[in-house]
Design a protein around this ligand. Structure first.
Ligand code: FE2
Length: 139
């Protein structure tokens, strides 16, 4: 699910992005093999918490660097968090359905990939330029 072209060049962010995809993959696997709903919900809660702390880390780096696109970037994060909340509520209400799996793929995974390739890549370029660090430095 993770591909190298998703690398943005900042170690902290790349590590968190990879972990996010691992977690999403685990969630989908759990759905496919028909795990108990409680277990799937627990994974969704974990994912939700992880997304929160990851977005906070990105936003902190942007604030520290005085990133001019901060508000716009944060607005995208808020939309994603709302989508995740909605999906979590649907999961609790209706259980694992084909529609849920489809939306995890289409709404969460596709969104993340697009966001990373465009919005996060632009952020990273700014941060790396600002700090004068070559890509992959441990910011
Ligand atoms: Fe982001």
């Amino acid at each position: 699910m993770w591909t190298d072209d998703l690398t943005v060049g900042i170690w902290e962010i790349d590590t968190q992005h990879r972990a996010l995809f691992v977690q999403l993959e685990k969630l989908l696997d759990a759905c496919m093999v028909g795990r108990e709903l409680d277990e799937v919900v627990e994974m969704m809660v974990f994912l939700d918490d992880y997304v929160d702390s990851h977005f906070e880390a990105e936003e902190r780096l942007q604030r520290e660097a005085g990133y001019p696109e901060y508000e716009r970037h944060r607005a995208e994060h808020l939309i994603f968090r709302a989508t995740l909340e909605r999906l979590k509520a649907e999961l609790v209400e209706s259980g694992v359905t084909r529609d849920f799996v489809l939306r995890v793929n289409q709404t969460l995974i596709d969104w993340l990939k697009t966001h990373i390739r465009s919005v996060d890549a632009a952020m990273s370029e700014f941060l790396l330029k600002k700090t004068g660090q070559p890509a992959d430095m441990r910011l």
